[in-house]
Design a protein around this ligand. Structure first.
Ligand code: B1M
Length: 207
């Protein structure tokens, strides 16, 4: 089994310390964005297995912890070769939505590329997104929604920005499994990204 396969295996087994230690040892001779790509795909596959009842929540959550431990090791190495101007991005999963695994990966990739990411976590209200963005003089507001039942909250935030006459101050990007380019246009977002690296490219383009 090669080192990358071993790393994937340790994340799947939720072996946080071992996965982080292996990541530490292999990151100098591996492309850090490739490590993130491979592990994101792994989490997507595990998400599907969870959905099909092949694995259960505790397993998925320990995987997600091991994933974040590896991401913490890899992230500074990403930063080394792709410094971006310091821009603040306020990120969160929308009100009523506790799905964070994907949003966390987006945060890691943006942070790794030099952006100052303020992650407000899960179930974030429109007021909290806007107040934090105003307080921190952010340029970007990024909203993740994984459910058809919560995606409407992305529109709520945009409508509130318009109402407060501050919509022009922000680039608003949206993402998450049920989200699409069309939805982004419909709600007046500045962009949609299908995955974490596309989210980074979108932010770069928008700014
Ligand atoms: Co739930 N859940 N879940 N869930 N869950 C889904 C989303 C669901 C599609 C499964 C299903 O039933 N088919 C479904 C939603 C259906 C719908 O649309 N209405 C669903 C449901 C219904 C629920 C509950 C209601 C179940 C219940 O309790 N009855 C409940 C709701 C809780 C709530 O939010 N209020 C629930 C709970 C959970 C857990 C908490 C157990 C857990 C989340 C754990 C956590 O995040 N801490 C969970 C999980 C894991 C899933 C699935 C299986 C996997 C999601 C995931 O992490 N994927 C999911 C089904 C599925 O997608 N297979 C499902 C892996 C991750 C890497 O991908 O999140 O897509 P993803 O992120 C990608 C891209 O989307 C993109 O980049 C990321 C990385 O590349 N991206 C962005 C994401 N955010 C972005 C933001 C951007 C740009 C790109 O810009 C800002």
């Amino acid at each position: 089994m090669n080192e990358m396969d071993r790393l994937v295996q340790l994340v799947i087994e939720g072996e946080e310390e071992e996965a982080a230690a292996l990541a530490e040892s292999i990151v100098p001779d591996h492309d850090p964005s490739r490590i993130i790509d491979v592990l994101t795909e792994t989490m997507r596959e595990m998400g599907d297995k969870f959905e099909d009842g092949e694995i259960f929540l505790p397993e998925l959550l320990i995987m997600s912890d091991a994933l974040m431990a590896v991401m913490d090791v890899v992230e500074p190495h990403l930063r080394a070769d792709k410094r971006q101007e310091q821009v603040t991005v306020v990120l969160g999963s929308v009100l009523g939505d506790v799905h964070e695994i994907g949003k966390n990966i987006v945060g890691i990739v943006l942070k790794a590329n030099g952006y100052n990411v303020i992650d407000l976590g899960a179930s974030v209200s429109a007021d909290d997104f806007i107040n934090k963005a105003e307080e921190k003089n952010a340029r970007v507001i990024g909203m993740s929604s994984l459910m058809t039942t919560t995606m409407g909250q992305q529109k709520k935030v945009i409508d509130a920005l318009v109402e407060k006459k501050i919509r022009h101050k922000y680039r608003v990007i949206v993402g998450g499994a049920p989200i699409s380019e069309r939805w982004a246009e419909e709600i007046g977002a500045d962009g949609y990204a299908e995955d974490a690296f596309k989210a980074f490219k979108l932010v770069k383009t928008l700014l």
